[in-house]
Design a protein. Structure first.
Length: 130
């Protein structure tokens, strides 16, 4: 795979992990402007969600690298917008979550906290959930 320019998911090859900090352990936090409530929230990826996104991108990249790059961009764009508009996506099937449909086949599930938006899962739309 060819390394990509940019940030977040798209800055690595399509087979790489979603954003991580420089120490390689903790998730990288996305910066945002304050929302209407005056709060600034950061995005944190759970390890499980990071692994799910990686598995999806790798699976698609094996068959169609260009499609995998486009999907990685969609994941990144959706997550990058969450701090500014955390409630724009539909309420989740699990209480306290929200679901961002980033592609007809893929959903990012997240929780909005007072200071953190936690990405808890990245799923295929046909997966049984919860």
């Amino acid at each position: 795979m060819v390394p990509r320019q940019g940030r977040g998911l798209a800055c690595r090859s399509v087979a790489a992990d979603p954003p991580r900090s420089d120490d390689g352990g903790a998730p990288r936090h996305h910066r945002s402007q304050a929302d209407q409530t005056g709060l600034t929230r950061r995005v944190v990826w759970r390890a499980k969600a990071r692994a799910q996104a990686r598995e999806i991108i790798v699976y698609i990249a094996d068959r169609n690298p260009a499609a995998a790059e486009r999907l990685a961009d969609r994941f990144e764009d959706a997550v990058d917008r969450l701090p500014d508009h955390p409630h724009v996506h539909r309420p989740g099937r699990v209480s306290g979550t929200r679901e961002a449909i980033v592609h007809p086949n893929y959903i990012i599930i997240y929780r909005v906290g007072e200071s953190v938006i936690e990405v808890v899962a990245v799923l295929h739309a046909r997966q049984r959930y919860p």
